[in-house]
Structures are given as C-alpha cells and as structure tokens.
Write a protein that binds this ligand. Structure first.
Ligand SMILES: *Cc1c(COP(=O)(O)O)cnc(C)c1O
Length: 379
C-alpha cells in the first residue's frame, strides 16, 4: 500500500538516536535544549519549548494563555480533533468558525462577522486557534488586525506548516500570534515519532509553558515564595504535567530538522507533478502556493461519489485518506450541542475531499501509478 504520508529516516537520524542511547542521558539531557534552540532559530521565534506531542503543545498553549472554565475558544472545524480538545482540557467552551472553501482555512470574513455578533452579545472568545490547513498559512495579518483590538489571544496550530512561509518569513515566528504549536508525528514535516513544540516571542509565556510541561515545578529562585532550602530544592508553583520530550526523540528531531528544507522542496516538486498531470480531471485542486509546506495534497471530487472512488483507490493499493471529518460532527461535540448544518462550508468540503499520497519519499514511479490510476477511474 502506498500510504498518504510517511516519515523519512536516514543513517544520520539512526546514528543520532544510537549516540544518545549509548552515550547520553535519555531524558533531561542536552538534546532537548539543542532541538529547542534549532527550532526557534529556524522559525525565527525567541523561545521554543519541546513537548511529547502536538496535542500536549496545544494544551499547555491554552493553559499559558489562562484559558479556563467559563472561557470560550474558537477554531476551525476543518482540523484534527486535537485543535478543539485542548480548550476542553482547560474546561473552556469551544465554538467553530466556518472555512473559506477556496483556502480551506478558517474564513477571515466569517470570523469578522462572528466577532461582530460576539461583541454585541458580550461573549468574545478568550483565544482563537488558527489551523494552517494542509500546510498553507492562514492570513495571520488580517486575523490579527481583527482580534488584537479586542484583546483576543491567537494560537497558531502549525502542525501542518513547519517549513512553510508567510509574508516572506518562516511559519512559527509568531509575528501575528501569541504562540505557535508544531507536531512531529511521523506524517508531519519532520518527525520525532511523537513530539511537538510551542514557539513564542514572550518570555512570560515561555516561562509558563515550561512550567506546565514539567509538573509545574521550578528550580528558579526568583519564582519561589521562600528562600531556596538548598541545591536539592524545588517548588511546585502550578499544576503541571509531564509533557517532556525525551532526548532520544529530540536527537531525532535535531537530525530531521537539518533536512527540513529538502523535505519541503521534494513535496513541492511532487505537488507540481500532480498539478500538471491531474489538470484535465474533474477535480478541484488545492490553491497554488509557493509558501505552503504541502503537508497534504487534498483534492475535491466534482462528479464522482467519494466513497466509491476512495474504495477503488484503496483496492488499487493507494492509501488515500480524508482530511477532515468536521470536528463539530464528532459524537463528543454533538453531545455539546453542535449539529449538521452548523458549518456548511466545512461540511460540503468534507463530502468530496480526498487526500492523495504526498511525502518526501514518494517515488516518481509510485506517484505516476497514483496518477494513472486516478486517470483510469475518473478520466
Ligand atoms: C497532527 C495534528 C495535531 C496533533 O499532533 P500530535 O502530535 O499527533 O498530538 C494537532 N493539530 C493538527 C491540525 C494536526 O494535524
């Protein structure tokens, strides 16, 4: 089966992990700080905190921004459930803003309208989680212009977008957001097996993120409410979690990050080939973008039944997928009161969406097989 996404591991990755196993601390050693520093340099942010998943990153991002019971958080329905769950972990209420059917990202126009209504009802969100769907950044400058005057915090869920750019800068620099989170799950731009990170330019937020990622415990004298009792002394000053990344995973991340640009370049090449060779088929292709990190190549079927095409491609050994089942239609969210029809653009998009295989190791022959099979089914 040709998968829809896959990591790529080379000899240097293996050597980096083995070196940690043989010669270094397995956790709380040097690799995590090295990885954090490489991430913040790559993305152009002042601080990076590595954690054990993108989901953990979202959770501590919400905590650091004081999202709590009684608060409201908004996000896009066209995302993985973690983009909404993180607000629920904090006891906050979640609501969604429908997508723009062209970019498939949260619609700036829909957001402007929803903010206007929320202002009148005196029920503004505490934070908005912007998901850069398939690797293409949301229009963060426009979003920030809407939310900044209202004091609403912005979290970028850049799980798809590491290696992508926005307004001539790398995604992750937090130019128009409070924090930006990354995921290093194996299908993402780079992998640490499981892993994630939070980027920010705020020293205050960075300090809180670090606390929440490690039990709420500090060894910094200036954060303690009494004089340190000795070199062994630490204080727990908040309720935190063990969300730390291990040094094994971090070493893999450091090694992977060196090849990030080449991974993205390969994804772009493959996208260009899809674009040229699928042009004549009854498909809506994703928007052209030289800035996208191209996490996913997602098409919309125009004349065919998605279930049937999905089944035929799977049968041909092509691991197509669907991104995403709108979050609000999940049973958990329906129980909170969401209904079909609430976010019609996300629902309509979902009905016809199909994700084709795309990853740096996808061979020319395998991609050609995917293209030929699609042409024979749809042509
Ligand atoms: C992958 C992903 C996450 C969660 O990342 P994990 O590292 O798997 O926890 C969150 N949001 C989006 C949009 C993702 O694609």
């Amino acid at each position: 089966m040709i998968p829809y996404g896959k990591h790529q591991i080379d000899q240097e990755d293996l050597a980096a992990v083995i070196d940690v196993l043989q010669n270094q601390l397995l956790t709380q050693g040097q690799q995590v700080p090295v990885f954090e520093s490489a991430l913040k340099n790559y993305c152009g942010a002042a601080h990076a905190t590595a954690v054990n998943s993108g989901t953990s990153a979202l959770h501590i991002a919400c905590l650091a921004l004081n999202v709590a019971e009684g608060d409201l958080v908004w996000t896009s329905p066209n995302s993985f459930v973690a983009s909404a769950n993180c607000a629920r972990y904090c006891g906050a209420q979640i609501d969604f803003v429908d997508i723009d059917p062209i970019t498939r990202n949260l619609s700036v126009e829909a957001l402007a309208q929803k903010l206007e209504k929320a202002k009148q009802a005196n029920r503004l969100p505490k934070a908005i989680i912007m998901v850069h769907f398939a690797g293409m950044s949301c229009d963060m400058r426009a979003i920030h212009a809407l939310t900044a005057p209202l004091g609403i915090a912005l979290i970028e869920d850049a799980s798809h977008a590491l290696g992508g750019r926005y307004l001539d800068k790398p995604v992750g620099g937090c130019q128009f957001s409070d924090v930006c989170i990354l995921s290093f799950h194996p299908v993402k731009s780079i992998t640490t097996a499981e892993g994630g990170a939070v980027l920010t330019n705020s020293a205050t937020l960075a300090e809180k993120l670090r606390l929440f990622a490690s039990h709420g415990i500090t060894r910094a004298a200036d954060l303690m409410d009494v004089e340190s009792e000795g070199p062994w002394y630490y204080q727990q000053i908040a309720l935190g979690y063990n969300y730390r990344l291990s040094d094994l995973h971090a070493a893999l991340g450091v090694s992977q990050l060196r090849r990030l640009d080449s991974f993205i370049a390969k994804r772009r090449e493959l996208v260009q080939i899809y674009r040229e060779k699928l042009a004549g088929l009854p498909l809506v292709l994703p928007l052209t973008s030289s800035d996208s990190a191209w996490h996913l190549f997602t098409v919309e079927l125009r004349q065919h039944d998605r279930s049937e095409i999905f089944a035929r491609l799977q049968k041909a050994g092509i691991g197509v997928n669907v991104h995403y089942i709108p979050i609000h239609l999940q049973p958990y969210y329906r129980k909170l009161g969401f209904r079909p029809g609430d976010f019609p653009y996300a629902e309509a998009y979902y009905q016809n969406a199909l994700t084709l295989p795309l990853y740096p190791g996808l061979s020319v022959d395998n991609q050609q097989y995917v293209i030929d099979t699609l042409i024979s089914i749809l042509g």
